[in-house]
Each structure stands twice: as structure tokens, then as C-alpha cells.
Design a protein around this ligand. Sequence first.
Ligand code: NI
Length: 182
Amino acid sequence: MILSKDIIDEYDNRIRKKSKEVTFPLDPKYKKTIEDIIDMLKKSQIEEEAEKYNLRPGMGLSAVQLGILQRFFVIVYEYEEGKFETYVVINPKLKSASEEMIYVSEGEGCLSINRPIDGIVKRHARINVEYYDMEGKVHNLRLREELSIVFQHEMDHLDGILFYDRIDKNNPYKDAEKMRGI
Ligand code: NI
């Protein structure tokens, strides 16, 4: 099982590396990694389990956060109390993005960043993404609002970008009035 200590933080230089395209058929060791990430993310969102394993709640984790420089990530989204939708996303490509920008009002979080960071992270309200699943089958998804933000956050990880890179250093709340907070 994946624990907090297995997740590399912002001070580990691997977090800044660009991950490599995944080749198919998928290496069984990455299948195992994906199953472990799903399990961890789900547990992290269930209070009892999160406490038991000392996990911070998280919706997404990229392979690079485990020190694996491969272009894949997992998102576990609680769409209803106790009900989860899982996205296993391999070699994603951003196909299009809305002009409308949004941000998380309470600020974005990341399992690799263990300190509070203030400011606005500008994200597209809606995106279209093409990606592969574990079987190598191609998918096209249209995402909006929170899920759109989580996908953009995780796609950034594959290029070594952390959310605070997108916060204006001199004016962390710049352009807040021009965007919608969610
Ligand atoms: Ni993150």
C-alpha cells in the first residue's frame, strides 16, 4: 500500500522532471502501481481510513509523485457521498480548452506540497482531453469545473510543473475578479 512517505515532495528534484510517454502493452509493474494509487486515493477520502493510515485527502496522483517518470496519473472523484469514479489516464493530450477561466477558491492542494500556499491558480473551466487506458484503448473526455481543474493539475505534473508556478509571485490574487472561483 502507498503511504505518505512514498510520495516525493517538492524538494525532490525528480518532481521537476518531464515524464516519458508510456509504451503499450503496459508494463505489469505500472498496472500494480495504478491499483495501489486507486486504493490510496480512495482511502484518503474516507475519513476513517485516512486517519488509520495517516493520509491527507487527495483526488489525484501522478506517477512522478512516486518517482516514476512515466506519463500517467489516477484521479478518484467522489461524485456522491461514498461513491467514487476512477480515471486512469495515460499519455494525455489537451485537445481544446475553454476561454473561460476558473480557480479553486480555497486554493489548490497537492500531495507533494506539505505547506499552505495562498493565491489563485488560473485553470480552464472546460477542457477536452484524449488519453489511453490501461489496455491501450483511446478515450476522449470533456471535463468541466472541479474535474477539469484536477486533470489540468495532474497534466502539469507530467511536465514537472507545480500548481504554485502558476500563481503570480507579486500579486497572488491577481485577476481574481476576472475569473470565477469554485
Ligand atoms: Ni499535485
